[in-house]
Design a protein around this ligand. Sequence first.
Ligand code: GCU
Length: 354
Amino acid sequence: MKRMKQLAASAVCLGMALTFSGCSYTGGKRIVRISHAQSEEHPEHQGLLKFKEVVESKFGDKYEIQIFPNELLGSAQEAIELCQTGAIDFVVAGTANVETFEGDYEIFSMPYLFTSRDAYHAVMNDVDYMSQLYNSTDESGFRVLTWFDAGIRNFYSTKKIETPDDLKGQKIRVQQSPASVAMVNAFGAAASPMSFGEVYTAIQQGVIQGAENNELALTNNKHGEVAKYYTYTQHQMVPDVLLGNTKFLDSLSDEEYDVFMEAAHDATELEMSEWDKAVEEAYNYAKDVQGVEFIDVDIEPFREKVKGVQQDMIERNPGIKDMYEHIQEVNKEFDSKNSDKNSTEALIEEGETK
Ligand code: GCU
């Protein structure tokens, strides 16, 4: 029965995708389609509603933005392909899904790349710096407009993970990204790449024992119903990006282009302002309602396991070296700021105890 439902759902998706073989109009307005993988409660969906509001408030007589959540138009990889051909106009996808189309995006799949969330945000919010990467994919048929925070990735499983040894013998789902496969194998588990939408059933049926993601996957995607242990290994901060079909973007007038860009940046701002609250809510719901146990661990032994992966990645893909070095500089800046902050805090505390 389940299989029948899945087949029916795929047929609907395929049907929808085939219908979108070119741009379409409704009441004289150009329909602009955006695909994403999250539920309607997710901060990214809220961000995209903002995008729609900004564009339509200026050019509502010309464009109608339609948002398709929950991988309705296909997995992230499939949606990117549809966007490349112009069958749809925009996609939100994790950079791990973009790296097979443009190798430089692989940098974000590197384990323990950022040493703090502050450094991660500083790099990603540097619009001028990031635009070099964002504009590098025109030849592949798409261009990135902005990013969305997708939190910190941690392991979750049907089996408790407290040390890297606990990963041995576990099949762990990863995104369809060679770098993430290498990372999870280096941790000692067996990596099993698949699309986000397949993870729930795969855990439920015992095909895999777990996966790795931010806390929202437990609730928005219900993975906390089937995997009860969530371990803070903090091994990746992989952003999501909003990418658009190059031809469509180039067809916009300068004024329209500016509005689409403004809408994209407003979407990011809104998504980020919702993120921490969403994580807190997910944490509480997963703990209290789904019965998920959250486990804090010493991340050093985990970091140690994947130390070689960083160097291997740079050797295999020299295109990411410049960005790697840039990120190290930003890391250093925030590590010293944070240690100053910590020592000031320590001094204050010391003063208070005297
Ligand atoms: C996160 C991220 C998605 C990604 C997903 C995954 O939820 O926001 O873009 O697809 O992880 O692991 O596939």
